[in-house]
Design a protein around this ligand. Sequence first.
Ligand code: AGP
Length: 615
Amino acid sequence: MCGIVGYIGPRSAQDVVISGLRRLEYRGYDSAGIAVGSDGTLSARKKSGKITHLDEELAARPLPASHQGIGHTRWATHGGPTDSNAHPHLSQSGRVALVHNGIIENFAELRAELEADGVRFASETDTETAAQLLGRLVDEGTPLAAAMRQVAGRLEGAFTLVAIDSDDPDRVVAARRNSPLVVGVGEGENFLGSDVAAFLEYTRDAIELGQDQVVEITRDDVTITDLDGSTATAVKPYHVDWDIAAAEKGGFDWFMRKEIYEQPRAVADTLLGRYSASGELTLDEVRIRPEELRRIDKIVIVACGTAFYAGLVAKYAIEHWTRIPCEVEIASEFRYRDPIIDPMTLVVTISQSGETADTLMAIRHAREQHAKVIAICNTNGATIPRESDAVIYTHAGPERGVASTKGFLTQVVACYLLGLYLAQVRGMKYREEIAAVMDELSTMPEKIQRVLDEGQQVLDLAGELRDEHSFLFLGRHVGYPVSLEGALKLKEIAYKHAEGFPAGELKHGPIALVEKDIPVFVVVPPRGRDQLHDKVISNIQEVRARGARTIVLVEDGDDEVLPYSDVVIRHPRVSTLLQPLVATVPLQLFACELATRLGHDVDQPRNLAKSVTVE
Ligand code: AGP
């Protein structure tokens, strides 16, 4: 998820673009850049790090005055956060500058085509491929908008592209698919932005671009076409009522709530580009040879907090698909228990921030024991990926809420991808078996969206239970880590006593906690696993018989739970192993709403930090 700004008008393009980038810094901040056109030449400045680094660069090397400009704050997906990988990217002739948000799935083959034509690339990014394709067409005489339509038609994946042509100083052109872009309509000036925060200080009149549409803005005109060049019909102008602060949160009250609703997109982006048309799973940076992975005889997953719970989900999936023993360890405990680690051990670390000290120290210990380390991380270029042998990046975009939500769901997806990849490399799964799981994973964004669309029931429940003091969460199999995660969310932001248990463990002590009306959430396994399902039904009866208020999360059509449930929260039918992707979401919504109703700071709860960089 990156921040994009475009401008054409009487103001200083640099001023408008830089102020817009500051408003969008929450969308990504590992590098930033700007390009402007003046007197038939493009000038660009770009720096890794926060926008302040770009400010210093602009002070040292000022841009020429200009009224045409584009800018970008990056959240790296392909290629680390370096100056050369920062956007904008220029075409080889220097005539076209481009910024991009999203993931171009087929960039490798397009890059090979261009390199075969003698194009020399200056970066590792997927974005530069689009810049070179665009530049080649424009150099051959194709107008920028027509070139943009052609290039967008060749790309696969998700993208917002914004470009300028040095020989066309009165225009900025953009295209989008599965990635946001809005037009800001001014008086004698027009704007482009990843969201309205980019231009809200100048205009509140906006137009949202539709799928596969191309927009040209000049000072006085906004022209929107489809990829075939026909005038777009479903153009939706609207007036923005949000204030700037609300705009940064996309109109939501909290970053956490916004991030909960971003999960369909985050899961889809994490799946993008990892499964080829030929049915091959390819992970971005697994720099461990297949023959080494075939020799692995044990996996140890190491993480903290929510990431640890993602690891618990991963254990079920990885052991089922690969038959490799898989341990899951709390990072702060791992190295003090003198773990049995050797070169045949694969250590998998999971970390949203990539800077968690406990996890970092654990992998350093593992590497000292000559284990191979794969990092699952959401932050490109962070310390943990840098110190690992291989990396699978989640593509959740920046997660600002201290309580992790989209970070968790995309970690779980990345763990599934790793498990399937290992099964593929070790020949434990046939191609069609992997295809079946990948096909179901590809339906998860829409299933998560349905859970979100039906979330009002959970928000109302939070209002009803806001004064409760204690909550229990029960689950079996992958429902157990979901229960732990649901309890952690409530602890973190609502400051409520909440505990997750394996449902079968209750009778060994914790059931003594059950008293009249205590809210007990129960994650019911899909009926495909009848043994599990029937046992959880029994567990619901056990707590209900002792007066508990049972709140049951269960798949569509499962009415066996009805006689024992005070509240039934439905989710779409999914395979047992994939259930965390739909069952966690209501628990996230519940915690967020309850904390909101209690008047807490949901994004920055007391005593907590987003990244715990101390042991
Ligand atoms: C989760 O909501 C918490 N913010 C916390 O448990 C977090 O998951 C843990 O500190 C690990 O952080 P990391 O994923 O950045 O390593």
